[in-house]
Design a protein around this ligand. Structure first.
Ligand code: AMP
Ligand code: MG
Length: 477
């Protein structure tokens, strides 16, 4: 899709947007890039959990704790890549040429040298996936040939004796070939002992194919990090409950659990914490207690804005948290909090240190947490931007870079400046017709609009107008 190049974020941002000298808010947080780099720096210092061995298909989505090594050369023999005739290229210096057909080798068959090999003026019929016979140095595609039978009286008798004798069969070849054409030489893809997949690679269908190809029916993967998901808010009720007139169901807990699974973690959904400091604190302790849930990282939602009952920062502060950032200049998701506590902390409400906080945790000395804004769209966006790389690192993989595509904007966007915006949008059309249009939405609480969208248009902070037809960076959802 030429219109949707993969691009780095920075080059996306240097397009022909209309820039303005934006009004800078009084209390600024960190920029999107700075927040992302901060997370990446911390992610680089965490260690995954122990390894375990699972059946190959159960490894889908898991992270390899071992390298996958070629058990033999790939391909293990000179492998034909076309149906046709194995030949000596020099015999086809002039075409059309007639060669004697002295044998056949099909996939799974082995052309014994001397019995089924190619001599001067000879060819062996060959099928895709079959080993190249001795003496041949190329394969001519069957499409460029036509076969015939000599009418010499000896021929009928010889034909009954099988290949490798004078069969009387010949092939007329219309096109020449170069040496090496239409077969892959033994070991060209990989030599025996070569690492085909590195430790730390997430097993997708291609990686599973490689493991299967080298004969691994079981693979070693890292234990999934346990990710505590804690929703906060007096108004939030469980999905099974019938909400009161001013209550809403806890959708964040489910969207986050799904995102955690996608990122390679094991979500541990905790009971909703009310906007009350002691109970919020005991939920956090519950998540980190090594004798209890022993989670490796904590995701909170809600309670991180400036409201009177937004208590998450206060409570984490009491637990001696260090805050790496508490606000990011993005929209949605500005009040995002990222921090960590020493693995020996948090101190319990009763003054004890959480028991054996490191016993089952990864070998990092810190317990990380994210306080994500409660608005559902903000929660989902900030998870992808900031929490995902940390979970990927805890799962044993190198955090994946954000991949920005580009498409033409259908209708102009006017936007307030100063924030990097991630606006839910619908990418449609294919190839040169791909266009993107903002989803109609009612702000960060509008889950329905987000569900209709399939990407976010990314608007840099200094831009206040993007015209219809301009190229815009977008992040696929
Ligand atoms: P807060 O970040 O706590 O100020 O919440 C911002 C908005 O998100 C409010 O309208 C909340 O009711 C809503 N909200 C908070 N937590 C959740 C949740 N777990 N599920 C769905 N919506 C939520
Ligand atoms: Mg709240």
């Amino acid at each position: 899709m030429p219109e949707q190049n993969l691009t780095a974020y920075d080059s996306c941002m240097s397009s022909s947007f209309v820039h303005s000298s934006s009004s800078v808010p009084a209390t600024r947080g960190v920029s999107f890039e700075e927040a992302r780099h901060t997370v990446e720096r911390h992610a680089a210092g965490v260690c995954p959990g122990d390894a375990e061995t699972v059946d190959l298909l159960a490894g889908l989505g898991r992270v390899l704790a071992e390298g996958i090594v070629a058990d033999r050369d790939f391909p293990p023999f000179d492998r034909a890549t076309r149906d046709g005739y194995a030949v000596r290229a020099a015999d086809l210096a002039e075409v059309p040429a007639r060669l004697e057909v002295v044998g056949e080798v099909k996939a799974g068959g082995w052309p014994e040298p001397g019995v089924c090999s190619v001599g001067l003026g000879q060819a062996v019929e060959i099928m895709t996936g079959a080993p190249l016979p001795a003496g041949a140095d190329a394969v001519v595609m069957v499409e460029h040939t036509s076969v015939g039978q000599c009418s010499h009286p000896n021929v009928a008798k010889d034909a009954t004796l099988g290949w490798g004798t004078l069969t009387g069969r010949f092939v007329d070849i219309q096109r020449g070939v170069s040496v090496g054409e239409n077969f892959v030489p033994r070991g060209a893809e990989a030599r025996a002992g070569h690492v085909l997949q590195d430790r730390g690679r997430r097993l997708d269908h291609a990686a599973i194919a490689i493991a299967a190809a080298v004969g691994k029916s079981r693979v070693q993967v890292f234990r999934k990090p346990r990710v505590a998901v804690l929703s906060t808010g007096d108004e939030v009720v469980d999905v099974a409950a019938t909400p009161g007139p001013a209550q809403i169901r806890n959708s964040n807990s489910y969207s986050l659990a799904a995102q955690v699974q996608n990122a390679g973690g094991e979500p541990v959904r905790l009971a909703i914490a009310p906007d009350e400091p002691r109970r919020l604190r005991s939920r956090i302790e519950e998540a980190w207690d090594a004798e209890g849930l022993a989670c490796d990282i904590l995701l909170l939602t809600g309670g991180v804005s400036m409201g009177k009952y937004d208590l998450v920062e206060q409570v984490l502060g009491e637990l001696k948290a260090e805050f790496h950032f508490t606000r990011v200049e993005i929209q949605p998701g500005r009040p995002t909090v990222f921090g960590s506590c020493s693995a020996d902390a948090p101190a319990r409400a009763d003054g004890e240190v959480a028991v054996g906080a490191r016993a089952r945790a990864p070998a990092s000395h810190r317990k990380y947490f994210f306080g994500l804004p409660g608005n559902p769209v903000s929660t989902m966006v900030t998870f992808e931007l900031f929490a995902r790389p940390m979970i990927e690192a805890l799962a044993g993989m190198t955090p994946q870079p954000l991949i920005f595509l580009r498409a033409r904007l259908k209708s102009e966007i006017r936007t307030k400046t100063g924030l990097t915006r991630f606006l839910p949008a619908v990418l449609s059309g294919e190839f040169e017709n791909a266009v993107v249009e903002l989803a109609r939405w009612h702000g960060s609480g509008d889950i329905a609009a987000l569900a209709r969208a399939n990407c976010y248009v990314v608007i840099p902070p200094e831009c206040d107008l993007v015209g219809a037809g301009e190229w815009v960076p977008l992040l696929v959802r």
